[in-house]
Design a protein around this ligand. Structure first.
Ligand SMILES: Cc1cc2nc3c(=O)[nH]c(=O)nc-3n(C[C@H](O)[C@H](O)[C@H](O)COP(=O)(O)O)c2cc1C
Length: 144
């Protein structure tokens, strides 16, 4: 099963989660930075993970272009899972939830969504989050 892990990251936390998912989901997984994603890359992909830090209660500024590329690739029903990194606070918002909604709007089938927790505004990731990402990613791939 061909998988694409699309992410953006400023301080490296979301990158670590994306790399963990790639590592856990096998040789057919490819890591792509959001600003390098092309419609061509999405052809023949069976499952895409899409992740961003939560910034101001949303996905990162500029990350919205990912949804335009997915729309232009014309891959209706593409299975996707959204993830984000962010704070565990009542006011934190839900970047993964925002990503999920946008994925549905461009015709994707959302099969999973997960937040990964950082301890401060620029990280680091909470202990155990990289391992949790590996389990989440590999578990989802077994189910789809
Ligand atoms: C300007 C700014 C705004 C942020 N806004 C939020 C937010 O609304 N909710 C949240 O949970 N975390 C927020 N954070 C924390 C980031 O989501 C967190 O540090 C994230 O892990 C950064 O990811 P990166 O290392 O991949 O760039 C913010 C961080 C910055 C620098």
């Amino acid at each position: 099963m061909s998988k694409l892990i699309v992410y953006t990251s400023t301080f490296g936390n979301t990158k670590k989660i994306a790399e963990a998912i790639v590592e856990a989901t096998g040789p057919e997984s490819r890591l792509v930075k959001a600003d390098e994603l092309t419609a061509e890359m999405l052809k023949d992909v069976d499952f895409a993970f899409v992740g961003s830090p939560t910034i101001a209660w949303n996905y990162a500024p500029g990350f919205g272009k990912v949804f335009d590329v997915i729309k232009s690739a014309n891959v209706p029903g593409l299975k996707t899972a959204a993830f984000d990194t962010g704070l565990k606070k009542w006011y934190a918002g839900d970047g993964a939830g925002r990503i999920s909604k946008k994925l549905a709007q461009v015709g994707c089938k959302a099969v999973g969504k997960m937040r990964f927790i950082v301890l401060g505004k620029e990280g680091p990731l909470k202990d155990g989050e990289v391992e949790r990402a590996k389990e989440w990613g590999s578990g989802l791939c077994l189910r789809v």
